[in-house]
Design a protein around this ligand. Structure first.
Ligand code: ADP
Ligand code: MG
Length: 310
């Protein structure tokens, strides 16, 4: 549905987006993850036809996207990082204003506004002025505005920055509904947990380049220690000698803290039984054991040598 081929954009000496190539199939939700300055907004602006690329191309449904006036642009909905709402108007009036920009006639506009308000859960607040809205509600209205013309592809640029947890969850639910209806979604964020929770696939961008493109599960395989086992001990000795644990095959790293041992392993299924047996053999009783997959933060660190949030 959406393809980017060698998309490149420079600002003076800086190459903000550097030969970026990836795609999103119809109904797929792809996360575009990267730290501030990675080139996410510049990429989104080129897909939306707002910024001409220096080279490379964007394809929508197999057709090359031309300039700002290309009718293909009508298949895209854009939720920008900055809000474009009029505070003194009600939610419904704001949406009517946008519907007019999309050239929808009176009837189509009425229906589109009602549907967008319904999807974003704002129907009851339709007549209230936007200046009475919370930050999260404004974000939801911004999303509603991008949906009026029924786009096949929705681009979201960091839609949850500065949003309360309740509105954040509401936005996630709205996106899941849109995805079920077949909308292709490109979700830009620098929050790895959002990308991990929502997206079918994640493209990691750093210094304008794609450094990884895979499912969350596939990405976690890029790091040597794919899983972390945390063992809380009931009868931990003051000084626990974990050397033997380190020597077990498949154990990457061992950290000890009072009452807790963390073991990073390459493969959970093959190593977990031996790790637990090691504790039992030493008469150490565990009261709680938990495991987690390598986080995207770990993946980013492994790929770039830097933390995602510096
Ligand atoms: N209009 C512009 N003029 C000059 N530099 C820009 C412009 N827009 C973005 N940049 C630079 O391009 C890089 C990528 O920016 P951006 O796409 O906004 O990143 P992100 O959205 O991932 O934070 C940054 O270094 C930024 O300073
Ligand atoms: Mg940005």
């Amino acid at each position: 549905m959406l393809e980017l081929h060698d998309l490149t954009r420079r600002f003076g000496a800086l190459t903000a987006v550097d030969h970026v190539t990836f795609g999103a199939a119809a109904g797929e939700m792809v996360g575009l993850l990267g730290p501030n300055g990675a080139g996410k907004t510049t990429t989104v602006a080129m897909i939306a036809g707002l910024l001409p690329p220096d080279s490379g191309e964007v394809r929508i449904g197999g057709r090359r996207l031309g300039g700002d006036t290309d009718p293909l642009k009508s298949r895209i909905g854009l939720v920008t990082q900055d809000l474009a709402l009029i505070d003194g108007l009600s939610a419904a009036e704001n949406l009517q204003f946008f519907a007019a920009l999309y050239d929808l006639d009176r009837q189509a506009s009425k229906r589109a506004v009602a549907e967008a308000l319904d999807l974003t859960g704002l129907t009851e607040r339709a007549r209230d002025k936007v200046k009475t809205f919370s930050g999260g509600m404004k974000r939801r209205l911004n999303l509603a505005a991008a949906l009026l013309h029924g786009p096949d592809i929705l681009l979201l640029d960091e839609p949850t920055v500065g949003v309360d947890p309740q509105s954040r969850n509401a936005i996630f639910e709205n996106l899941e509904t849109l995805k079920r209806r077949g909308t292709t979604i490109l979700y830009t964020t620098h929050y790895m947990e959002e990308a991990e929770r929502l997206c079918d696939r994640i493209v990691i961008l750093d210094h304008g380049r794609v450094i990884a493109d895979d499912t969350a599960q596939g990405l976690s395989k890029l790091v040597p220690a794919q899983n972390l086992i945390t063992v809380a001990l009931e009868n931990a000795p003051d000084a626990l000698l974990a050397d033997g644990l380190h020597a077990l095959s498949g154990v990457q790293r061992v950290e000890t803290a009072p009452g807790v041992v963390r073991v990073a392993v390459t493969d959970l299924a093959s190593t977990m039984p031996a790790v637990l047996q090691w504790f039992t053999n030493r008469g150490l009783k565990y009261q709680h054991v938990s495991t987690e997959r390598a986080s995207l933060e770990t993946v980013f660190l492994a790929l770039t040598g830097r933390a995602l949030r510096d």
